[in-house]
Write a protein that binds this ligand. Structure first.
Ligand code: GUN
Ligand code: ZN
Length: 469
């Protein structure tokens, strides 16, 4: 990988393990270094630790000091739609209507190279302004959109995963792609972009409602022939969608079975939403090593439902999880805002756990697992997201050898500046203990947004700096 050299001094917070495995002792899963030094060579972390120790091991470093900031690994968005950057906030429809009314007509415009190229610039600018350095993205059924996505990501040297998005039914005729074209165009795109620079390719059946069995067969063949590629899709998002998928694949016992039957459920498979998956389906995800992207902004905006976070984190059958903005079903790019909504979903799940209200097969042990502490939240946005994508050997925290993507948070910006959490961060010194840092992060995630992102660094280079920061 190519990247820059840098040495960053400041206050660092990252996760080194899954905090759900350390219930009651979540600090064991985190690392806090009040005065730390991160040494980066060619975009890779060469050294990391307390400034007093690390600076001794290196001579002649040009150190960039970032005081009054919390430095975290770059955020990972596990589910986002590049061609929806211009349609956030469309009023009043649920999933299937919303797709037909707003989304397919907009995505059709991405056959035009200039339209797609301009959007790609907006898209990556918006990601970086929110502190997101990696995403798993949908494009459209036109290869032009996929090319422009990867070209812009390449210019920015960002670690991204995306792929041509297959749909051969349930959309206007000119938006559909045949299974044969999808297969051959995906192969061309894989040859051109997969593992070129930091680009990775995802075979992308949009969702079972929009894919015939022939399209799913094309995906199966692609995965067999390119087993190193990722798979990205949607699953069990909305009750009408699920009914339609069940009618469309009558020989499948449930929605997950569609992907099992076509050889896709396994490592490097991510499905967005998964709100209405049964406990049995979640267990099958867990056993297969497949992942769900939890997209609370979108799940609430489109009225799709409350994801059963605590169930997905069943210690016997834990499902790999990321968080996703799902722009434009999600109404913001900001992962900080995604975490805020994720927290609220967990809280509502616990109200629903009152058995008199909720007929779902939840058990009370889920209640604690639904609670999104700052350790858990920022785990999902960093190391957990990396783990869900099988990228935790290269991303997710400040371990040596990993890629140096990071976000620099300002606790004094935006609404968070007014919060009582401020008293934890003494001006000039910042948080002094891990617990103070975690509480400050909780304040940022529940009252903050992109205004709290002062800078975003990609492969050792500053890729975004907030005006005036
Ligand atoms: N299911 C199929 N396509 C989409 C999409 O674009 N957004 C969401 N949220 N769900 C989908
Ligand atoms: Zn989506």
């Amino acid at each position: 990988m190519t990247g820059a050299n840098c040495a960053i001094r400041g206050t660092f917070f990252d996760l080194i393990d899954d905090p759900w495995k350390h219930a009651g002792h979540e600090q064991e899963a985190a690392r806090f270094i009040q005065d730390g030094l991160l040494v980066v060579k060619y975009g890779i972390i060469e050294d990391f630790g307390p400034f007093a120790e690390v600076s001794q091991r290196h001579s002649g470093l040009q150190v960039t000091h970032l005081p009054n900031r919390l430095i975290l690994p770059g955020f990972i968005d596990g589910h986002i739609h590049f061609p929806q950057v211009r349609v956030l906030g469309a009023y009043g429809a649920q999933l299937l209507d919303w797709l037909q009314t707003w989304i397919f007509p907009e995505e059709l415009k991405y056959r035009d190279r200039d339209y797609a190229a301009t959007a790609a610039r907006y898209f990556f600018d918006a990601l970086l302004a929110g502190g997101t350095t990696t995403c798993l993205a949908f494009t459209t059924s036109s290869p032009v959109s996929t090319e422009e996505f990867f070209e812009e990501a390449t210019r920015r040297n960002m670690r991204v995963i995306a792929g041509l998005t297959g749909i051969d039914r349930f959309a206007p005729e000119d938006f559909l792609i045949t299974p044969a074209d999808f297969y051959s165009q995906s192969k061309e795109l894989i040859a051109r972009y997969h593992r070129q620079g930091r680009n990775l390719y995802a075979i992308t059946p949009r969702f079972a409602v929009g894919c015939t069995a022939e399209m799913m067969d094309s995906c199966r063949r692609l995965k067999q022939e390119h087993s190193d590629c990722w798979v990205n899709t949607h699953i069990s998002e909305n009750p009408s969608e699920i009914r339609s998928a069940r009618e469309h694949f009558p020989d499948c016992t449930d929605y997950t079975h569609v992907h099992e039957k076509h050889g896709l459920l396994g490592p490097k498979f991510t499905a967005g939403h998964g709100i209405w998956l049964s406990s049995d389906e979640m267990r099958r995800f867990s056993k297969a090593g497949a992942a769900i992207a939890f997209c609370p902004l979108s799940n609430l905006f489109l009225g799709s439902g409350l994801f059963r976070l605590g169930r997905a984190k069943d210690p016997e059958y834990p499902v790999r999880l990321s968080v996703g903005s799902d722009v434009g079903g999600g109404n913001a790019f900001s992962i900080v805002r995604v975490l805020e909504e994720a927290y609220k979903v967990g809280m509502c799940n616990n109200t629903m756990l009152d058995g008199s209200v909720n007929p779902r097969d939840q058990d009370l042990a889920e209640a604690d697992r639904n609670k999104l502490s700052p350790y858990r939240a920022f785990y999902l946005a960093t190391l957990g997201g990396a783990n869900s994508l099988y990228l935790d050997d290269m991303l997710g925290n400040f371990d040596k050898g990993k890629e140096a993507d990071f976000v620099v948070l300002d606790w004094m910006a935006g609404q968070a500046a007014m919060s009582w959490h401020q008293s934890l961060a003494v001006e000039g010194d910042g948080p002094e203990t891990m617990e103070q840092a975690a509480q400050l992060l909780f304040g940022i995630m529940t009252t903050g947004d992109d205004r709290n992102v002062a800078e975003t660094w990609v492969a050792g280079s500053r890729a975004y700096q907030k005006a005036g920061a």
